[in-house]
Design a protein around this ligand. Structure first.
Ligand code: SF4
Ligand code: SF4
Length: 107
């Protein structure tokens, strides 16, 4: 079991989540963050930190977000680790809450 970053992180990437992770298992792409499921210890600290409510426990994952289980696994293996908060993307507020942003995911 792990925590999963989902659709609403895309184009927001506030990065508040990375500061609290005790095992530094967040990985950063151009406009999305991924959690490495093999490193995540299921502590739940990151979930309430996300201003975009984009982080879910795998067992509470909404059905339409299932695709993100594999995406977190896949992308966390190729992207660099991120452990410190940085400024969100310039138009993060505009994209927060927009549905189905998967087509905007940059790799
Ligand atoms: S805090 Fe939420 S929106 Fe920001 S990078 Fe983490 S998961 Fe993405
Ligand atoms: S649940 Fe804990 S270990 Fe897993 S990504 Fe969130 S803060 Fe890190």
């Amino acid at each position: 079991m792990a925590f999963i970053v989902t659709d609403n992180c895309i184009r927001c990437k506030y990065t508040d989540c990375v500061e609290v992770c005790p095992v530094d298992c967040f990985y950063e792409g151009p406009n999305f963050l991924a959690i490495n499921p093999d490193e995540c210890i299921d502590c739940a600290l990151c979930e309430p930190e996300c201003p975009a409510n984009a982080i879910f426990s795998e067992d509470e994952l909404p059905e339409d977000q299932e695709v993100f289980v594999e995406l977190n696994q896949e992308l966390s293996l190729v992207w660099p680790n991120i452990t410190e908060r940085k400024d969100p993307l310039a138009d993060a507020a505009k994209w927060d809450g927009v549905e189905d942003k998967l087509e905007h995911l940059e790799r």
